[in-house]
Design a protein around this ligand. Structure first.
Ligand SMILES: C[S@@+](CC[C@H](N)C(=O)[O-])C[C@H]1O[C@@H](n2cnc3c(N)ncnc32)[C@H](O)[C@@H]1O
Length: 361
């Protein structure tokens, strides 16, 4: 076995050992598909926040490629810059494996992937479903072209499309499975319309607080029912679903205009740390709110500055009051975890559900 093969086997064993790969078909796919062919270069963030371009000439390139890590491959939609807002990456293999397992795809089923990126995930899909059954779409024509070349060079021949994945790809519909490897603030109706009744859509919800990985079963008429998965999934948003980077300047918050100061016993991280069991529910109360290290902001001008034992709140709404009320409600509901919530996609709206309760996505 060559070096790449050995590292690949190690990565697959790691995914198996961690319990994210249960299915022998995906184990074989992760063992077989050469991730390094899809990552001739990527960017690694250094401790000082700067980005380093890592190419095959770098002594650690191959080892890094096969680490269970997300690798950024493009910033600001521009292939020539190093640094900025990431617009393409090869996702963390653990998350890929979780999403692929949830997709429950079988050989011969037709699959649409939204977000071709490097092409690595498409190659895994081809390995399991068969190239002829895979369609993959990316909005960026350069990424799409390069992914197609790399896929072909490695013996995978899915249908690669350049276009807005929010529209699905009607030309090859209906699909049995739709997998989005970029996140959405609401599930595009085209995905459900182009999925056969009983077919599955797997995607991540783009919510700055309380992001979620969801699995929806299509009714075939643009509606569907599903659930939030136990695993957390944070993906870069579908272009156009990105929120403005609301936490730009600090001056925007603390001390600007009128504000209230009061004591609080709710730690900031309880509401905002993805590892906190309350964070998913906090995302419902704090819909559209972006979190920094110790502050919150909403595009309506509301803000919170959390000082540990007290908070400053300004703007039209008191966001920390909302967070504290949400903790109370969450406790009354029995402290549900993300996987206890349902997802309901109806003609009159998209909702997260818990028992009789529902909230707009
Ligand atoms: C996290 S990357 C996908 C990773 C990819 N599956 C892989 O294996 O490398 C997200 C991708 O979504 C693409 N994307 C963003 N907005 C899109 C849209 N509206 N339609 C299709 N693709 C989009 C980006 O160009 C980027 O390549």
């Amino acid at each position: 076995m060559d070096d790449a093969g050995a590292l690949r086997a190690e990565l697959a064993d790691h995914l198996l050992g961690d319990g994210v790969l249960h299915d022998s078909r995906w184990l074989k796919a992760f063992r077989a598909v050469p991730r390094h062919e899809f990552l001739p270069h990527f960017y690694r963030q250094l401790h000082d926040g700067d980005w380093e371009r890592v190419t095959a000439a770098h002594p650690d390139w191959l080892e890094l490629v096969y680490a269970d890590r997300v690798w950024v491959t493009q910033f600001d939609g521009d292939d020539t810059v190093t640094g900025g807002t990431p617009t393409c990456s090869s996702s963390m293999p653990t998350i890929m494996a979780i999403m692929l397992a949830a997709l429950d795809v079988h050989r011969g089923q037709s699959v649409l992937e939204v977000g071709t990126g490097t092409g690595y995930n498409a190659a895994l899909l081809c390995h399991v479903a068969g190239s002829a059954n895979v369609t993959t779409v990316d909005v960026d024509s350069n990424l799409s072209r390069r992914a197609r070349e790399r896929l072909h060079r490695n013996g995978f021949e899915p249908t690669c499309v350049t276009g807005d994945g929010a529209l699905g790809h009607p030309g090859r519909a209906p699909y049995d499975r739709v997998l989005a490897t970029c996140s959405v603030s609401a599930i595009p109706s085209a995905w459900l319309e182009q999925t056969r009744p009983g077919g599955l859509v797997v995607t991540t919800l783009h919510r700055p607080i309380g992001a979620g990985l969801v699995l929806v079963s299509s009714n075939g008429d643009g509606t569907g029912e599903g659930r939030v998965l136990a695993e957390d999934g944070r993906f870069m948003p579908l272009r156009a679903h990105a929120h403005p980077p609301a936490l730009a300047g600090e001056g925007e918050f603390a001390g600007e205009g009128e504000f209230d100061r009061r004591r609080t016993t709710l730690p900031f991280a309880t509401a905002t740390d993805p590892a906190s069991p309350f964070e998913f529910f906090a995302g419902i109360a704090l819909s559209g709110v972006v979190a920094g290290q110790d502050r919150l902001a909403h595009s309506d001008g509301s803000w919170v500055y959390h000082h540990g034992s007290h908070v400053d709140q300004g703007g039209p709404r008191r966001l920390w009051d909302a967070a504290e009320a949400a903790v109370e409600q969450w406790r009354d509901l029995g402290e549900p975890r993300r996987q206890d919530f349902g997802v309901s996609i109806r003609h009159d709206g998209q909702f997260l559900t818990f028992g009789d309760l529902h909230w707009h996505l």
